[in-house]
Ligand binder design. Structure first.
Ligand code: PA5
Length: 440
């Protein structure tokens, strides 16, 4: 079970007990700001069991009839699945020998080269598409879906394509839902009361994750365990309360940037998921910690200098995992040209642990408070725990910060301008104004 060690971050957090009691009540009773979007709080036990069984069945079908799955989505409709598959199956998943399909992520940007590359990588392989969009109208995934739908229809005919398209969207509304109903695509639901960045444990994340061969029961089981731990109403026993308190304590002391660090390259995209979760939940009303991430030890050789001696507005949250599966030991080299024979016979976990401890002490001495989230072994259950832990702490932390952790009004600004410049009907006036500003 996850634990939080904040002894190298702050002295005390009991000042936060009262706001946390309130925030906890708002989440548990769905009575705080944004209370229409707290469906994820009980999700690990209250999920739709019929749909869950359909997700597993669809994953099996995709595994049996496809050598590739193209997952189309952006933001909350993308990062969780990408993070989980990287973490549990490897960032090199597509390169590995396996009996599950390659998984390509599309619709998470507007690069034509990136899109073309995925089309080329899929090549002549049999493939399926999981298009994920709650609204059904987000430009990036909608554009990508046009390409892959056309490709599927050319290859398998319209009916054949319909059997290979899985749409994860609103249960009743939106362009994607209408199209899916009209064409007969199998659909999965993004629940009304779950926002994108809290949706990884719904069909949004679960279908692609299952296609990659991950044990969904273990993932959900881990989340359910953490849900129970997060229900505890006190600071001593609830790790999410502790994390939320420490973050706010440090923020109030002028530490405006939180760096999430892990010593696992496979965690990189989970850190991207975490950045969206915290950035989008707290960064509003001119407030909020800026969430950044690093991958150690690689980034100690690039960002290490700044972290050690740059502006002192940072703190670090280090996620540590239990023992690795591999027990690689450093070989002895008779010539000892690199002078490393003192490590011969030591396993990589031992070396990494010394690096973690040494780095932590150096950074704390350099004025960067460190808190450590100790997680279990790298497996689906641990990931389920971590996901729920971060989500619950984020809800609490946003409430303690006195913002609505479940809206994202700022995301609309770029979309409006983009539509206006693209000439979308209804945006003519704004388009004119923007072109003038751009001197066009
Ligand atoms: O968290 C969010 O709400 C966003 O990141 C959305 O998930 C993202 O913008 C994609 O939206 P949609 O699923 O409607 O296409």
């Amino acid at each position: 079970m996850i634990s939080v060690d904040f002894s190298k971050a702050v002295r005390r957090i009991d000042d936060f007990a009262a706001p946390l009691i309130q925030a906890h009540r708002w989440l548990q009773e769905a009575t705080g700001r944004g209370n229409d979007f707290v469906g994820w709080v009980n999700l690990p036990r209250d999920y739709d069991k019929e749909e869950y069984a359909r997700i597993k069945a669809a994953a099996k079908k995709i595994q049996s009839d496809s050598r590739a799955l193209v997952v189309i989505g952006i933001g909350g409709s993308y990062l969780g699945a990408r993070g989980a598959i990287d973490f549990l199956c490897s960032p090199n998943y597509n390169l590995k020998k396996k009996d599950t399909p390659n998984i390509y992520f599309a619709g998470n940007g507007l690069s034509g080269d990136y899109l073309q590359e995925i089309v080329d990588l899929v090549g002549d392989d049999d493939f399926s598409v999981n298009v994920i969009s709650k609204s059904g109208t987000t430009t990036e995934p909608a554009v990508a879906f046009r390409f892959f739908r056309e490709l599927l229809e050319k290859r398998y005919g319209r009916d054949g394509a319909a059997k290979r398209i899985y749409a994860t969207t609103d249960k009743a509304r939106g362009a994607l839902k209408s199209l899916a109903d009209a064409e007969g695509y199998e659909t999965f639901v993004v629940p009304d009361d779950v926002g994108g960045r809290y949706s990884v444990l719904t069909a949004v994340g679960l279908l692609p994750i299952a296609v990659a061969g991950v044990d969904l029961d273990a993932l959900m089981g881990g989340a359910a365990k953490m849900m129970d731990a997060c229900r505890r109403g006190n600071l001593d026993e609830n790790p999410a309360w502790q994390y939320a308190a420490v973050r706010n304590a440090l923020y109030q002391k002028g530490k405006k940037i939180e760096i999430l660090a892990a010593y696992e390259p496979a965690f990189r995209f989970m850190a991207e998921w975490w950045k969206q979760l915290y950035g989008e939940s707290e960064g509003k009303e001119s407030k909020g910690l800026f969430p950044a991430s690093v991958e150690f030890t690689a980034d100690l050789h690039s960002m290490g200098q700044y972290i050690q001696q740059g502006e002192r507005h940072l703190f670090e949250t280090v996620v540590r995992f239990g023992p690795s599966k591999s027990r690689l030991k450093v070989p002895r080299d008779e010539s000892d040209g690199d002078g490393l024979n003192f490590l011969a016979g030591r396993d990589m976990d031992y070396i990494a642990a010394q690096a973690m401890d040494g780095t932590l002490l150096a950074h704390v001495e350099g004025g960067v408070p460190n808190l450590v989230i100790q997680a279990g072994e790298k497996n689906a259950e641990t990931l389920g725990e971590l996901i729920y832990f971060f989500e619950y702490a984020c809800g609490l932390s946003g409430y303690v910060l006195n913002v609505n952790p479940f809206d994202q009004p700022g995301v609309e600004a770029y979309k409006k301008n983009m539509f206006a410049l693209l000439g979308k009907p209804g945006y003519e006036e704004l388009g004119k104004e923007l072109r003038e500003k751009l001197g066009r």
